[in-house]
Write a protein that binds this ligand. Structure first.
Ligand SMILES: [Zn+2]
Length: 198
């Protein structure tokens, strides 16, 4: 929604890897080798790919990075690589949601085994419990969305990713937004924070 409204490119690292691998360029082949052996793609390769991606014509007005950086090391390396290109991050959106609420949101997710339609126990429940409205398929929880795994995902978030809040606050780039409410409400909150910057 943001990318469309602000006419920015939307860059998610997962998509970026997939596209580079499809193109079969040098970085794509390197990333493919790591992914094939079940390893994480090293930051150095991800950042090189990001810099190349940002040079594409659709990034002329800027871009939104989704899912990257995820830790301080990546954030510092990204800042450095951007500075070499005389580029910089304008703003970092921090959508603030209480931990309890996060557990509820992540924990209530169910997906149809047949057609993959997502449901949520509270926000968008199916008409019949455990059954897909569209195809009648059985609903299941992804292993990622089981309570114990969610706890672990949140732990990783608090130890690795949450330090970025201070990092970007110090450089005056953090845009803190209340994450309670509908997607549309949160979207307009983000846009109202972005406006005074230009
Ligand atoms: Zn279904």
């Amino acid at each position: 929604m943001l990318a469309q409204k602000l006419k920015l490119a939307d860059i998610a690292t997962g998509d970026m890897f997939r596209q580079a691998i499809e193109r079969g360029d040098e970085l794509g082949l390197k990333a493919k080798a790591f992914m094939a052996s079940g390893k994480l793609v090293p930051d150095e390769i991800t950042i090189q790919m990001m810099i190349a991606r940002l040079a594409a014509p659709d990034c002329k007005m800027g871009a939104i990075l989704d899912g990257f950086p995820r830790n301080l090391e990546q954030a510092r390396a990204l800042d450095k690589a951007l500075a070499q290109q005389k580029k910089a991050i304008d703003g970092v959106v921090y959508i603030k949601v209480a931990e309890e609420e996060l557990m509820k949101r992540l924990g209530g997710r169910w997906i149809c085994r047949k057609c993959q339609t997502p449901y949520h126990e509270v926000a968008s429940p199916p008409k019949v419990k455990g059954k897909c409205d569209k195809c009648g398929g059985e609903l299941y929880q992804r292993p990622d969305d089981v309570p114990e795994t969610i706890k672990k995902r949140l732990e990783v978030y608090f130890s690795e990713t949450a330090p970025l809040i201070d990092y970007y606050k110090r450089s005056g780039k953090l845009l803190e937004v209340d994450g309670q409410g509908t997607i549309e409400e949160i979207n307009s909150r983000i846009i109202s924070k972005l406006k005074p910057r230009k």
